[in-house]
Design a protein around this ligand. Structure first.
Ligand code: MN
Length: 339
């Protein structure tokens, strides 16, 4: 079979490997049907990932058909359609005991710390897979994961019906968050520095758009909310300044959600936090959000088709990376196909 392997930063190859063997009796062999390219895959290729190890078969957003099962498996059958949660937690550490398994102290992410899904066949533990309806398109099942990231952000922000949610940035991740918070009944303000992306956010239902190169984000948010501030601010741009804007745009007792991994320092005064009793919270991966997102997809509450802008054979993965990097105005999700 063929696999997409990053041998070291900057060196990606389509290699020939044997189909993996089932080792544990609770492992499954999956024939991969579709996969999504994520910014973090590109980070592993570029060498900017702070967590990846090499060599690595990348890919953590994928769907497939079960073709073989370990002897101790009862909940999944050959022929089932599945999506895979890339988060593998130890289940035993202090953090897992606190039911925060996505930040497990021994966290393993499929496609980051262990080999992922950009290959024709992959083995995964039974507890990592979720059955999906055979009527759900493979490409949709492949991008359940980015929507679980959005669902996690919404959960960390405690987004509720009637909330005003500020999303900093209007890239692909921001758009999936927009879809989720609109589903939850929130009003949504979106910012960006690129007019085309703001236009796209409008098409996805954003209620107020702010071009931060032309307008003062904090002042516009205050104006829109009668001087109160947003209930929740989500930094999906992760540009440093956007986290500062988030902290200054929420109301007293508001929640700020961060998504960035950079080492950079941002300037938020302790007074801003204390005076307003702000909650500033990180959001990483997802904490058991697959069932919820699968329900959203299967009932049509969320239409993932709308974020798919390109489909490519998986051996053309670098072409997909180029689209994401060089054409961000017109590229959202690139789907890799395996037929
Ligand atoms: Mn992802």
């Amino acid at each position: 079979m063929k696999a997409v392997k990053v041998l070291e930063p900057g060196n990606i190859q389509i290699i020939e490997e044997p189909i993996p063997e089932i080792i544990g009796d609770t492992d499954l062999l999956i024939k991969v049907k579709a996969a999504g390219i994520c910014g973090s895959d590109i980070g592993i290729y570029d060498g900017t990932s702070s967590v990846a190890t090499y060599p690595r078969i990348i890919g953590h957003e994928f769907s497939g058909e079960v073709v073989r099962i370990g002897s101790a498996i009862s909940g999944v059958q050959v022929g089932d359609h599945i999506a895979t949660d890339p988060v593998i937690a130890c289940g035993a550490c202090r953090v897992c005991q606190k039911k925060r398994s996505n930040v497990c102290m021994n966290l393993q992410v499929i496609g980051v710390h262990r080999d992922g899904g950009f290959r024709e066949y992959v083995t995964v533990p039974e507890k990592s897979v979720y059955k999906v309806s055979p009527s759900l398109p493979w490409e949709h099942a492949a991008i359940i994961e980015p929507y679980t990231v959005a669902a996690q952000v919404a959960a960390r922000g405690e987004v509720q019906e009637g909330d005003v949610v500020l999303i900093l940035g209007s890239g692909q991740i921001a758009i999936t968050i927009l879809q989720v918070v609109k589903l939850l009944g929130a009003t949504c303000i979106m910012t960006d520095v690129v007019e085309e992306r703001l236009k796209r956010a409008k098409e996805f239902g954003a209620d107020l758009l702010i071009n931060s190169t032309k307008e003062d984000v904090v002042a516009k948010v205050k104006e829109f909310t009668s001087g109160i501030g947003a209930d929740v601010a989500i930094d999906a741009a992760c540009a440093g300044i956007t986290l500062e804007q988030a902290a200054l745009s929420v109301r007293p007792a508001g929640i700020v959600v961060t998504m960035g991994f950079a080492d950079r320092q941002v300037r938020i005064s302790e007074g801003t936090i204390t005076k307003n009793e702000l909650d500033i919270r990180g959001s990483r991966l997802n904490n058991n959000m697959f069932p919820k997102v699968i329900e959203w997809f299967e009932t049509g509450k969320i239409n993932p088709e709308r974020i798919i802008t390109h489909k490519l054979h998986f051996t053309k993965v670098l072409e997909g990376f180029d689209k994401v990097k060089k054409e961000p105005e017109t590229t959202m999700k690139v789907i890799l196909t395996f037929e």
